[in-house]
Design a binder for this molecule. Structure first.
Ligand code: CS2
Length: 535
């Protein structure tokens, strides 16, 4: 089946809504009834619906089990509410549209969800669901922001929402608050074991989540603290996972596609690429679905896959997003299809990022990079650069800090990653003055006001970028304190302002291809105020 872009992009309101009684229709089989709820999922967004839900539906086709999912919306956005309301109106069903590079469309209806909950308005119901003895796994896709940690990785006790959740006088608002109150309910009612499975793009997401839960429990008043700490230690596991599938935001074009192909109206379909991967540590305290039957990989060596994916896929994605926005590209496929940008990103992946990655046994790093570039080039996805650019202050440390530190330690300043940092700073500090925000979409980032104020203290773009790197908390030492690195970022920032993105990307490509990989001269920190050389 093929997509035809000349066809209507507006959904047909007269088509009947997707529902169990409407199915099967040709191309869409009737999904099974969701089994008893064994999983509570925090973060009912597109990624979960195209990834874990699909794995779970497939696993259940092979092995029965109580693995129905109650999805919880944790963010306040209207889009998240739309998902719960849309699914409710459709018997908790929705379509996963698998969109191939060749224009092929495949549709699946997972049908594994129970009625969704709104974390804000229905916090008590969420706590009940997590506290229910039938719940065996709590999974999370709450984005980097949802974990409420400080740059050093600890629980952000200064975040007023965290502080409020710790007092327990009102309904919990943060994902960790909801989770902790649910665990508290479990301790006080039955103390059955549980697995907490984070599925976000964070390195060592299992141990990081564990640390945050432990810190949350330790910050509770005496009495509450002891019971939870003991329960966490004895009965809760937090395996690490690497998750991968590109699943962009839904648009009217996707809704129209469902109606055109299948004759039904779905208000909340999920577009996704054909590729998917899930790598997990097999440490489940109360059982799990047979996800391996759906292709998931269980291994103690999750870290290797995580590093490879976060640095190469997500790292390159962020480069394409920031440089793509400055070059006027609305989507990732258009950005990677830009010959100059495609070439610098390929260079960065091969020469600046891959050397920092210990590729897992059996994986060929160069072939993985080619596969990623092909995945990015999928035009059917329409993955917005502004969507990937969101929350850069939290994503950049995860994606770029490791490769930057690795290259700097080996005596090379990574030209393209330095340009990426300059591009991010330009976008976050100048917004609509830096790129066509109206056409390409706004880039949301909680650090915007803080970084703008910092940049404003410095004045000219090079000095502003330098100050943001040195004092903005974006990148850890030794990267932020490397004079060679901040010089390059400042030079790129100045070039972006003076000569524009096209000339700067082209110059970076020339410099990156010709610059010998040698140790730069050691510079003293006080020398950093000197004007750097133009590339
Ligand atoms: C993207 C990811 O939005 C982003 O930051 O880099 O959501 C990416 O699409 C997924 O991690 C792919 O698995």
């Amino acid at each position: 089946m093929n997509t035809d872009p000349s066809q209507s992009r507006i959904p047909d309101p007269s088509a009947p809504a997707l529902s169990r009684s409407r199915l099967p229709v040709p191309g869409l089989s009737r999904p099974r009834t969701a089994p008893e709820r064994g999983i509570v999922h925090l973060g009912l967004g597109n990624f979960h619906r195209a990834h874990q839900a699909v794995y779970t539906a497939e696993a259940l086709r092979h092995t029965e089990g109580p693995w129905g999912i109650t999805g919880v919306v944790t963010g306040p956005t209207q889009r998240s509410r739309t998902v719960v309301e849309g699914m409710t109106a459709q018997d908790e069903l929705y379509t996963v549209l698998t969109l191939g590079r060749d224009g092929s469309v495949r549709a699946d209806v997972p049908g594994v969800h129970h009625a969704g909950l709104l974390g804000g308005d229905q916090a008590e119901a969420v706590v009940d669901a997590i506290g229910d003895a039938a719940t065996r796994i709590v999974t999370l896709t709450v984005t980097e922001k949802g974990y409420t940690f400080t740059p050093s990785g600890g629980l952000d006790l200064d975040d007023p929402r965290v502080a409020a959740d710790l007092t327990g006088t009102a309904a919990p608002r943060t994902p960790l608050g909801l989770l902790l109150r649910g665990l508290q309910r479990r301790v006080r009612t039955h103390a059955a074991p549980l697995t907490v499975l984070p599925c976000d793009n964070l390195m060592d997401n299992g141990s990081r989540t564990r640390r945050l839960l432990d810190e949350f429990a330790s910050a509770l008043p005496s009495g509450e603290r002891e019971e939870l700490t003991a329960y966490l230690a004895s009965s809760v596991s937090t395996p690490s996972t690497m998750v991968d599938r590109i699943a962009p935001a839904t648009t009217d074009a996707h809704r129209a596609l469902v109606t055109r192909h299948f004759g039904v109206r779905d208000a909340v379909p999920v577009p996704a690429e054909p590729y998917r991967l899930w790598v997990l540590q097999d440490d489940f305290r109360a059982g799990r679905p047979a996800w391996e039957k759906a292709g998931a990989v269980f291994t103690p060596e999750v870290a290797g896959y995580e590093t490879m994916k976060l640095r190469l896929l997500n790292g390159a994605h962020s480069l394409l997003a920031y440089l793509g926005l400055l070059l006027g590209h609305p989507s990732v496929d258009r950005a990677v299809g830009d010959p100059g940008l495609g070439a610098v990103v390929r260079h960065a992946m091969t020469r600046e990022i891959l050397p920092s990655v210990e590729v897992p046994d059996g994986v060929d790093g160069a072939a993985y990079i080619e596969e990623l570039l092909e995945r990015f080039a999928n035009p059917a996805l329409g993955h917005r650069t502004s969507q990937v650019a969101t929350d850069g202050s939290l994503k950049i440390p995860v994606r770029w800090a490791g490769p930057l530190a690795h290259r700097l330690a080996s005596g090379t300043v990574p030209e393209v990653l330095a340009l990426g940092v300059a591009a991010y700073i330009r976008i976050v500090t100048r917004g609509g003055e830096a790129y066509d925000e109206r056409a390409l979409g706004a880039v949301r980032d909680d650090a915007t006001d803080r970084l703008r104020a910092l940049a404003g203290r410095a004045g000219e773009p090079g000095a502003a970028a330098r100050l943001v790197v040195e004092a903005g908390g974006l990148l850890p030492e030794p990267v932020a304190g490397s004079a060679e690195f901040t010089d390059r970022v400042a030079a790129h920032a100045r070039d972006l302002a003076r000569h524009g993105a096209r000339a700067t990307v082209d110059a970076a490509l020339r410099a990156a291809s010709t610059r010998p990989a040698q140790k730069p001269q050691k510079q003293q920190r006080q020398q950093k105020t000197q004007e750097p050389q133009e590339p």
